[in-house]
Ligand binder design. Structure first.
Ligand code: F6P
Length: 326
């Protein structure tokens, strides 16, 4: 295996709070261990179009508390073509980069896996996405902060829902996964969570509204995971309004606000641990693995497992929403 002297870092796909903490940890751990570091701007775009900058320890000063990513991020169509990846490889070699740390979600890690195999490059991934939809890790970087942002917003909605005796459908992100919806429903004491993994919940929601709403409660909050197949919160609210025109229903779509903000302590610590672990992994000769944390322990997860999205939804948590909202 060729010796690694210089490590390139990039952030790709949707940004997530804690990405900067991860960039900082990768950079400083690399420098501590004698590597040089290059920052690659705008995800894979920076490799394809040669936007690569030298990183020193000071390049990552004062960023641990910042949301977003100082490296910027993008979804890069060119990198999905063999020509784009060839240009990326040539630019990477010209910049003297021997290994990559890629911080992003399933699309970014899928791209990393293809690139690593095609050009035999050591690549280590970090799970950076608010969606928490990667296998082999209990949490992804950004998930906890997004959850707290949702909680804060829903607490505010609860005030107005209760004052006006309204039914609120609150749409949260999650790509095709329901982790943000289910966990935020528990944290906010919401009446129900509608998630793509459990389609049948819609019927149960109708039951909740028809039997319980006016009897025991004067307002209700239903968290709905975004889902283009069903129209998300808007689609659901329309169906419910048709069946129950007597309810004063409203829809709130939280949108990209969920991706912003200063990372929580949990995300800063997770990102710092994972960033450091990425450099250790490269020093141990690991490649094509994502760093995960399971039951408190750092683990190496092959890209193929990380992107599979087979972590499953915790049925006990879904039950908990029901039990605690009677
Ligand atoms: O993967 C993160 C995420 O925020 C998803 O939850 C959401 O579906 C998607 O990105 C939105 O992407 P964009 O910023 O391109 O609209």
């Amino acid at each position: 295996m060729a010796e690694i002297k210089c490590i390139g870092i990039l952030t790709s796909g949707g940004d997530a709070p804690g990405m900067n903490a991860a960039i900082r940890a990768v950079t400083r751990s690399a420098i501590f261990n004698g590597f040089s570091v290059k920052g690659i701007m705008r995800g894979y775009k920076g490799l394809v179009f040669n936007e690569i900058v030298d990183f020193r320890s000071q390049s990552v000063s004062n960023i641990i508390q910042q949301g977003g990513t100082i490296l910027k991020t993008a979804r890069c169509k060119e990198f999905s073509t063999p020509e784009g990846r060839k240009a990326a490889y040539e630019n990477m070699c010209a910049a003297g980069i021997d290994a990559l740390v890629v911080i992003g979600g399933d699309g970014s890690l899928t791209g990393a896996g293809i690139f690593a195999r095609e050009y035999n490059i050591p690549i280590v991934g970090l799970p950076g996405t608010i969606d928490n939809d990667l296998g082999g890790t209990d949490a992804t970087i950004g998930f906890d902060t997004a959850l707290n942002t949702i909680m804060d917003a829903v607490d505010k909605l609860r005030d107005t829902a209760s004052s006006h005796e309204r039914l609120f459908f609150v749409e949260v992100m999650g790509h095709t996964a329901g982790y943000l919806a289910l966990n935020s429903a528990i944290a906010t004491g919401s009446e129900a969570a509608i998630i793509p993994e459990m389609n049948t919940e819609v019927d149960q929601l109708a039951a909740l509204i028809s039997t319980g709403f006016r009897k025991s409660k004067n307002s209700a909050i239903v968290i709905v995971a975004e889902n283009p197949a069903t129209g998300g919160a808007t689609g659901l609210a329309e169906r419910v309004k048709k069946e129950f025109p007597e309810y004063d229903a409203r829809v709130t779509i939280l949108g990209h606000i969920q991706r912003g903000g200063s990372p929580t302590a949990i995300d800063r610590i997770l990102a710092s641990r994972m960033g450091h672990a990425a450099i250790e992994a490269l020093m141990e000769g690991q490649r094509n693995v994502m760093i995960g944390v399971e039951n408190g322990k750092t683990v190496y997860v092959p890209f193929s497992k990380a992107i599979k999205h087979d972590k499953g939804i915790d049925r006990d948590k879904a039950n908990l929403v029901k039990i605690l909202s009677i």
